[in-house]
Design a protein around this ligand. Structure first.
Ligand SMILES: *Cc1c(COP(=O)(O)O)cnc(C)c1O
Length: 380
């Protein structure tokens, strides 16, 4: 086949099933084309029932959920907030929206998530941060026992950024339900999508109720439009929530398919010392949102070479998130490393890692194509 004729293989694109359109059609038929309505309420109830998170507020984006979550935890100007460095910028940006100060925490090598050692050291220097934002990268749960113990000892709340980890479990419970506040994302490439959207969840009903108020312009309960605080236009629309309801019916299926992709790569690279899969946490089940590899140090085959070779065959891949402490915009932020070594753990993962195509519509033949190209670069 000619190169140009080769089918595109995606990193992680939306997978729709049909039920989504039924719920969207219902919204149109009943003229609930608004940021309110039965799909929004049902989607919240269904996410709460699935995850056991307690209460849920459907919002326009995961980023909006993190922003409101920080506000609900009282984060304001000058406050320090600890946050995982190895993440997408949306974990960190809302801290700056509130003029608070992000302090970036390195990863540990076992799960690639927030290092409890680095967190301890951050607390030694800053004993009173306002909140700790913990990310479950690529769907692998962080070391929650250790992190929660440290945060409890210091009496600081956790905001769990579970944007990538809907459906992942730790200790038999879903990620997103451990922090005082949890956040999910339904962005286009996440494990289920509403095209764009997010959810703020908590066991504390009062927090979730307040999130709903803040997300709808913070109106006081009065007939006239009265406001006693600053609000936002962050609510999820009833049309979009319909997509979410249809997707949620297929979350278990998506989890099975994502796991099969991870296992296929694991099997395919099992005989190669040069390649390691992104780690799992033995205390839980990851949702395997993205399957990633790291290449051994000093290998001639770099992540760039792998991504170039895949792109030449019309296959989408992606670098590991560039850590926030290496971003120009956060260069002035303080960073606590897992150990004294250079590069830091997160930088090392970034330097040596690639996210491989993890689209659940990939066929066995698609997987073979990807695997063949990667192995071929190592002359296997
Ligand atoms: C996707 C993502 C977000 C943001 O979610 P949006 O719905 O895109 O706003 C936040 N944190 C992490 C780790 C993410 O991957």
């Amino acid at each position: 086949m000619e190169n140009s004729a080769k089918k595109r293989i995606y990193l992680s694109s939306p997978t729709m099933h049909g039920e989504e359109q039924r719920f969207v059609a219902e919204a149109f038929d009943t003229n609930w084309v608004a940021p309110l309505g039965p799909n929004v309420n049902q989607f919240e109830t269904e996410i709460a029932a699935y995850t056991g998170c307690g209460y849920a507020a459907a919002l326009s984006a995961g980023t909006a959920a993190i922003h409101l979550g920080l506000k609900l935890l009282g984060v304001g100007e000058g406050d320090i907030v600890f946050v995982s460095s190895l993440t997408f910028s949306a974990s960190c940006n809302p801290i700056v929206y509130e003029k608070a100060v992000p302090v970036l925490i390195d990863s540990e090598p076992d799960t690639w998530n927030m290092s409890p050692q680095a967190l301890e050291r951050a607390f030694e220097k800053y004993p009173h941060p306002k909140a700790v934002v913990v990310v479950h990268l690529y769907g692998t749960p962080a070391k929650l026992d250790e992190i929660m113990q440290i945060c409890e000892r210091h009496n600081v709340p956790i905001l769990e950024d579970a944007a990538e980890s809907l459906g992942s479990t730790y200790d038999g419970k879903y990620t997103g339900t451990f922090g005082r506040i949890g956040v999910f994302s339904f962005n286009g490439n996440k494990i289920i999508t509403t095209s764009g959207g997010g959810m703020l969840v908590s066991k504390e009903e009062a927090l979730v109720k307040e999130a709903r108020v803040l997300s709808t312009q913070a109106r006081d309960p009065a007939r006239h439009y009265q406001h006693s605080k600053i609000g936002y236009n962050y609510r999820m629309s009833n049309v979009v929530a319909g997509i979410g309801r249809g997707q949620l019916m297929h979350l278990d299926e998506h989890l099975r398919l994502k796991r099969a992709i991870y296992q296929r790569y694991q099997e395919a690279f099992a005989d190669m010392d040069e390649i390691a899969m992104n780690p799992m946490n033995p205390k839980g089940d990851a949702n395997n949102w993205l399957s990633c590899i790291t290449i051994e140090k000093n290998s001639k085959v770099t992540p760039d070479r792998i991504m170039d070779a895949l792109e030449a065959e019309n296959i989408e891949s992606r670098p590991i998130w560039k850590p926030m402490h290496l971003q120009p915009v956060f260069a002035a932020c303080e960073f606590f490393g897992h150990n004294e070594k250079e590069p830091s753990v997160s930088e090392d993962i970034f330097n040596r890692g690639v996210c491989l195509p993890s689209d659940i519509k990939n066929t066995d033949a698609d997987m073979e194509r990807v695997i063949g190209i990667v192995r071929g670069l190592f002359h296997r």
